[in-house]
Each structure stands twice: as structure tokens, then as C-alpha cells.
Design a protein around this ligand. Structure first.
Ligand code: ZN
Length: 325
């Protein structure tokens, strides 16, 4: 009985069993030091039984008591086992007595509850701090009236995601077609404190947050806004901007750029309206084309046309500097 704390054993067989059962049990519990001499399958063959019947007979009529000194308080206690497996599992271990075991369990429960409480409090504190940070950040966007700095596309994009105000729907309805473009706009909105992006540990998006004051402001400032429509409303855009894919065909009659485009909204370019058109080179020989009503660029940046005619040129120039505007 090396390594274990068992100092004594006591084996007893019930008086109610038959002679054959008694024989089976004595074969089953035959020990050479702490090793069982007979496997149940061997005994079963010998007595013409099924293997599973042997441990069942033993468990029904015999008990092995293992006496030990508790490894914590050193008081004596006993474990009762009824099978070879249970015996082997317990014989070489050091044991705690029942009251020490109970105490350990209670302490463990208290410890776990304390950790849980601490974790909960930390989480709560974290949530509070996060909410504070979100509110502070978004408040800046409102105080600075940052929406006035947006171009038409950014403004409409913000209005859309603010109306949807649901992470999954924003991804499926707004980011779906041009993910990179969506992120470019979102990043500039985040810099202007118009949206707060809550992230998970792996940096993926947990949620989008907007100031409660933002949506009414955007709705009041949106030229074509129709307040009766639902979130799923189809937006009508008055500007066209898209990537044109370079056609690498060597046939001289093929178009320089060709591909298939899908638009997220109806695009309406109004007749007799001045539009700025611009084309920027992009990677892999592709180009980015944008057609925007002059009036929109000017209105969104809050510059009246008639008073400051020179500004129009400047605004348009500054738009040209940023090819993805
Ligand atoms: Zn004890």
C-alpha cells in the first residue's frame, strides 16, 4: 500500500449468499498485495457465468472497508468499496475524511462564488467605463456638429447606419456590396466621433453606437429625407461613384474598362443639374469614377453658392484630393 494513506482493510461477505456465490466472491477479491489475482472474465468462464454477472454478485454480497488517516486532519475514516475498480482507484490515493472533504467543497464553492462576483463586478465596471467613453466620444461629435463636415456620400451612409442601428443589419444591408468602401467611410465617421465602434478582443466589431441626438439631426439635415418610410426604405442617391475594372484584353476593339456593377440604391442624376465628374486611378489599373451634383457638395459643406462663389472651386478641389469621397 505504498503512496496511499490506507492503513488497514476489512473484508466482509453477507451471510445470505450461496456457497457458489461465496466462492465467486472469494475468487473475485483474491489479492496478491494490492493486485487482483483473477479477472471477472476468468471467474465467469470457470463458473459458467457471463462476465458482467461476476462484479454484480460481488457488489451485492461483499464489502471491502479501507481505513485511512485523513491527509488533512489525520483523523481516522473509512471508505467502503464494492468492486475491483473502486478498490484500485482508492487504494493508492491519500484521502481526506468526510468532514475535511465537506469543508474543502464548501471552501471551493466560496472561492468560486468570490471569483464569479469579482468577475461580475469587473465586467460591470468595464461596462460603465465603456458607456462613459462611448457617451463622451459621441457627445464630441454632436458638440462639434461634425456631420457638417461630411460629403453627401458619407452623410447618407451615416444616416443609413444610424437608422438601421443594428450591427448585423448594418453589415448585411450597408457593407454588403462594397465592404472596403463601407469601412473607409465608417473610419472617417469614427474619426469625427459620429459613430463609436465597440470591438471585441479580436478587433472584430461587437456593435455600432450612435448618439441618441444624432438621428433627428441627420433627418432634419437630409435634403431628400422622407420621414414616413421604414428602415428598409430604398435610398435614392443623386451621385454615382464606382470602381471600373481594367480590361486586360489585347483586342483593340474591346472596351478599356468593363464589368458588372450592382447598386445599393436607385441613382438619379437630375437633368439640367451641374455635376462634377472625376476619375481617379486605382490599383491594378482600375479606376474610380464619381459623378456628383455640385449643389450637393456645396450644401453639405454648408457653403452658400451665391455668397461665396470662390468656395465652390475650393470645395470641389478638396473633393478631388480625396478620390474616395
Ligand atoms: Zn480530516
Amino acid at each position: 500500500m505504498k503512496n496511499g494513506s490506507i492503513k488497514n482493510t476489512e473484508f466482509s461477505v453477507s451471510d445470505e449468499c450461496t456457497t457458489q456465490e461465496r466462492d465467486i466472491i472469494s475468487r473475485y477479491w483474491e489479492l496478491d498485495n494490492t493486485v487482483f489475482v483473477n479477472k471477472p472474465s476468468i471467474i465467469a468462464k470457470e463458473f459458467n457465468f457471463k462476465t458482467y454477472q461476476i462484479p454484480a454478485i460481488a457488489a451485492k454480497h461483499a464489502i471491502m472497508k479501507l481505513y485511512f488517516d485523513c491527509k488533512s486532519c489525520h483523523n481516522e475514516d473509512v471508505i467502503e468499496v464494492k468492486s475491483q475498480v473502486a478498490y484500485l482507484r482508492n487504494i493508492k490515493k491519500k484521502h481526506n475524511c468526510k468532514s475535511c472533504e465537506e469543508e474543502i467543497k464548501v471552501n471551493e464553492r466560496i472561492r468560486r462564488e468570490r471569483i464569479q462576483k469579482l468577475r461580475y463586478e469587473t465586467e460591470l465596471k468595464h461596462k460603465e467605463l465603456l458607456t462613459e467613453e462611448i457617451n463622451k466620444t459621441l457627445e464630441k461629435g454632436i458638440i462639434n456638429e461634425s456631420w457638417k463636415l461630411l460629403d453627401n456620400e458619407q452623410f447618407n451612409f451615416l444616416l443609413k447606419i444610424c437608422m438601421i442601428n443594428n450591427r448585423n443589419k448594418i453589415f448585411s444591408q450597408v457593407f454588403n456590396d462594397d465592404f472596403n468602401r463601407g469601412w473607409q467611410i465608417t473610419n472617417s465617421l469614427e474619426k469625427l466621433n459620429l459613430v463609436y465602434i465597440e470591438r471585441k478582443r479580436d478587433k472584430s466589431v461587437k456593435d455600432f453606437h450612435f448618439s441618441e441626438e444624432l438621428l433627428p439631426i441627420l433627418q432634419n439635415n437630409h435634403l431628400n429625407y422622407e420621414p414616413t418610410v421604414e428602415n428598409e426604405k430604398r435610398f435614392e442617391w443623386d451621385r454615382l461613384s464606382m470602381r471600373l475594372k481594367k480590361n486586360y484584353s489585347t483586342n483593340e476593339f474591346d472596351p478599356l474598362y468593363s464589368g458588372i456593377a450592382t447598386f445599393k440604391e436607385d441613382v438619379v442624376l437630375k437633368a439640367y443639374t451641374k455635376h462634377v465628374y472625376s476619375v481617379w486611378p486605382k490599383e491594378n489599373g482600375n479606376i474610380w469614377i464619381s459623378i456628383t451634383p455640385i449643389e450637393d457638395i456645396v450644401t453639405v459643406t454648408n457653403e452658400p453658392i451665391e455668397n461665396e462663389p470662390r468656395h465652390i472651386q475650393e470645395i470641389i478641389k478638396s473633393m478631388f484630393k480625396n478620390p474616395l469621397n
